[in-house]
Design a protein around this ligand. Structure first.
Ligand SMILES: Cc1cc2nc3c(=O)[nH]c(=O)nc-3n(C[C@H](O)[C@H](O)[C@H](O)COP(=O)(O)OP(=O)(O)OC[C@H]3O[C@@H](n4cnc5c(N)ncnc54)[C@H](O)[C@@H]3O)c2cc1C
Ligand SMILES: NC(=O)c1ccc[n+]([C@@H]2O[C@H](COP(=O)([O-])OP(=O)(O)OC[C@H]3O[C@@H](n4cnc5c(N)ncnc54)[C@H](OP(=O)(O)O)[C@@H]3O)[C@@H](O)[C@H]2O)c1
Length: 340
């Protein structure tokens, strides 16, 4: 299958570093891309059976699926004992200086050696040793780029990483090991990559599907990957003609991740893409309640329910575990009305 990237996207950034001063992404050349079969699994929202995938802080329990359905999707090519050594090509802060916390978008070279699909994750082993003198353990990160990668040459993988900093019970400031390692990576630095992993979040191959994506914070990563494939790339045998509906919840407007990219997608395909933000610390609903992602979804409850009833609707959720309950509370009463 031939594919081409037709997007020119600048990552919004107040701080940006790049090996080749590349934070404008443009790659119009045609390149080869292998088609793989994908699969979906069904989960239920408190009894309402819909095609969906939930992923939160811990890896979701995967149903056993037949090998046939996921044929061609590579997992664990690189294990912690022998990781792939990539290089940081670009690392850009994508949240504003006044945002609560920093999130960075980073691109690593893979030279095509880490073949991943939209919806998979990679492991990163941070440099250094832990308090017992042992090498640090890997942390998982959802891949934020499509399989073609941000430069369109299938030779890179991108992540969207929030820098973890918190105050412990003793009042000391603690920095998360791997997220700080990643957010501080300079272009040219080496990074140990494992995986890819995960077959639970793969995007639907049906180009006419309705794909509802529910993200909080860095939970946006796999959906950026889906949306690039749907709207910024061209394939001979895939043209998205369904409906993609993204709900993204963040604390402040300065922490809206990839906003400009998503707005460009909407301009390109207004009939096929819906975009709704929930900015929790700046917006409220009519009752004055904090605008969480489920609060925004509630505004479209009937419409969402109609979509959920369709056979080719897929719901994906990624981000804070807390959102699961809130979203359930929107869906369950709708289902109950119809006796489900
Ligand atoms: C499948 C999967 C995909 C993921 N994808 C992403 C992604 O795309 N982007 C992303 O940024 N993250 C993602 N994560 C989270 C990521 O794996 C790491 O857990 C995160 O970056 C923190 O790692 P760290 O090494 O910086 O922190 P660590 O050094 O491992 O510290 C984390 C520990 O600090 C403690 N802690 C954390 N916050 C507090 C607090 N407020 N108060 C007290 N103690 C606290 C907890 O014990 C926690 O386990 C994903 C996780 C999974 C499982
Ligand atoms: N594949 C995966 O499993 C995967 C991938 C990526 C990220 N993650 C995880 O996703 C999390 C994202 O955190 P982040 O720091 O990037 O996000 P963030 O920037 O803090 O944004 C999270 C948003 O969700 C809101 N929120 C808090 N509680 C909520 C609830 N109960 N229901 C709905 N919304 C709620 C927050 O509002 P307030 O802060 O105003 O309350 C904020 O607006 C991390 O824990 C990360 O590990 C997992």
């Amino acid at each position: 299958m031939a594919a081409a990237v037709s997007a020119a996207v600048s990552l919004p950034s107040s701080k940006s570093t790049s090996l080749h001063s590349r934070n404008s992404i443009l790659s119009p050349e045609r390149i080869n891309f292998n088609k793989v079969p994908l699969y979906y699994k069904s989960v239920s929202f408190s009894g309402v059976k819909i095609r969906a995938q939930v992923t939160t802080e811990a890896p979701a329990k995967a149903e056993k699926v037949s090998k046939k359905q996921v044929e061609g999707v590579v997992v664990n090519k690189f294990r912690p004992k022998d990781p792939y050594i990539g290089r940081c090509l670009l690392n850009t802060k994508i949240t504003g200086d006044d945002a609560p916390g920093e999130t960075w978008h980073m691109v690593f070279s893979t030279e095509g050696e880490v073949p991943y699909r939209e919806g998979q994750s990679i492991g990163v082993i941070p440099d250094g040793i832990d308090k017992n003198g042992k090498p640090h353990k890997l942390r998982l990160y959802s891949i934020a780029s499509s399989a073609l990668g941000d430069f369109g040459d299938s030779k890179t993988v991108s992540l969207c990483v929030k820098r973890l900093v918190y105050t412990n019970d003793q009042g000391e400031i603690v920095k998360g090991v791997c997220s700080n390692f990643l957010c501080d990576l300079k272009p040219g630095s080496e990074v140990k990559i494992t995986g890819p992993v995960g077959k639970e979040m793969l995007m639907p191959k049906d180009p006419n599907a309705t794909v509802i994506m529910l993200a909080t914070g860095t939970g946006i990563a796999p959906f950026r990957s889906f949306l690039w494939k749907m709207f910024f790339e061209k394939y001979d045998d895939y043209k998205f003609n369904g409906l993609a509906w993204l709900f993204l919840g963040v604390p402040t407007s300065s922490s809206l991740l990839y906003k400009e990219e998503f707005e460009k997608m909407k301009e390109k395909a207004p009939e096929n893409f819906r975009l709704d933000f929930a900015v929790s610390r700046e917006q409220t609903n009519a009752k004055g309640e904090k605008m969480y992602i489920q609060t925004r979804m509630a505004e479209y409850a009937e419409e969402l329910w109609e979509l959920l009833k369709k056979d080719n609707t897929y719901v994906y959720m990624c981000g804070l575990r807390g959102m699961e309950k809130g979203i359930d509370e929107i869906i369950v009463p709708l289902a109950a009305k119809e006796g489900n």
